[in-house]
Ligand binder design. Structure first.
Ligand code: NAP
Length: 282
């Protein structure tokens, strides 16, 4: 069997066409005003700067604006909270992205949770997570929400399937597990204290690698016919799963790069456009 490629790059590109139409329609209704995503970058981590730049570029591709706020590495929690308060109060800003991680002296959770729910287009607030987990309307955390869009597009069946999520971070593993559960999968969430990870992964119909270690999930752990979602991205285009080993045995997989990454960015701007539409509708 040769696995199907779950092509996030192609799906994101197609979705950008639709988003451009929606942005143009919003502008026509609102005197030329387009949705605005505010991005906040604290410190000088080069990878974070690249991610923020890619998000700004994606906004421009669909005709949206982004407002890039850069704060020094010495920023305090209070200063960052004040910046978020200002953006929350600004009616021209429809979405707020606080790039993770922030410098260690900042209380990241407090800052995430200060983002107004309606503008939490990256799905990072405790309230948004809780609403999503309860299957109530909320913007999903961008990476797992992007993965769900990709799985839906390729009509990957989830109901009753055993999904094993490796990783439980607040922005990826935990919301991923809740979304899969809401889609009626049976979900196992693994983490650094999990015992006998290979045995758990071997049973999975769907494996999500969200562990942050290159090729950590071995190809031999993946059962024949499984669907493999690799959220990891490491230098040299390596993900969290040993993908080369499974392309002949899995039924479908996300490539690295070109799988989960483009869907994350696309979901962020998709949710910003939807937030702007909601704001315009009053
Ligand atoms: P993270 O915050 O570092 O979380 C890693 C998770 O992996 C933790 O829950 C940790 O468990 C678990 N873990 C660590 N060692 C383990 C082990 N030996 N066995 C089982 N689980 C283990 O990372 P993250 O932010 O969720 O990111 C995960 C990956 O996704 C990274 O490669 C990152 O680059 C990638 N990512 C990609 C995108 C995208 O857009 N493509 C977006 C975000 C992240 P504990 O909780 O017990 O510590």
């Amino acid at each position: 069997m040769t696995a199907r490629v779950l092509d996030g790059k192609a799906l994101a590109a197609a979705a950008e066409g639709e988003l451009a139409t929606r942005v143009a329609a919003l502008a026509a209704r609102n005197g030329g005003r387009v949705p605005i995503l505010a991005t906040i970058l604290v410190g000088d981590d080069p990878a974070s700067a690249t991610y923020v730049r890619m998000k700004g570029n994606a906004c421009r591709r669909v005709g949206m604006d982004s407002r890039a706020i850069e704060m020094p590495a010495t920023t305090t929690t209070e200063e960052l909270l004040a910046c978020i308060d200002e953006l929350n109060a600004n009616p021209d800003v429809h979405g707020i992205l606080l790039q993770h991680p922030v410098p260690a002296q900042i209380d990241e959770r407090a800052c995430f949770d200060r983002i107004a729910l309606a503008k939490d287009v990256d799905g990072v607030t405790t309230a948004g997570y809780g609403r999503m987990a309860m299957d109530e309307p909320a913007w999903g955390s961008a990476t797992p929400a992007g993965i769900m869009r990709l799985l839906a597009h390729y009509e990957i069946p989830l109901a009753g399937r055993l999904a094993v999520v490796v990783g439980r971070s607040p922005i990826l593993g935990k919301p991923m597990a809740a979304m899969l559960l809401n889609a009626d999968a049976t979900v196992v969430v693994c983490h650094s204290k999990t015992r006998d990870l290979p045995t758990l992964v071997r049973q999975a119909d769907i494996v999500v690698g969200a562990v942050g270690k290159p090729a950590f999930i071995r190809g031999e752990w993946i059962k024949d016919g499984a669907v493999v979602v690799d959220a990891g991205y490491h230098p040299g285009g390596v993900g969290d799963v040993e993908l080369d080993a499974i392309v002949e045995r899995a039924s479908a997989y996300t490539p690295v790069p070109g799988g989960v990454g483009p869907m994350t960015i696309n979901t962020l701007i998709w949710q910003t456009v939807a937030a702007a539409e909601a704001a315009a509708a009053g």
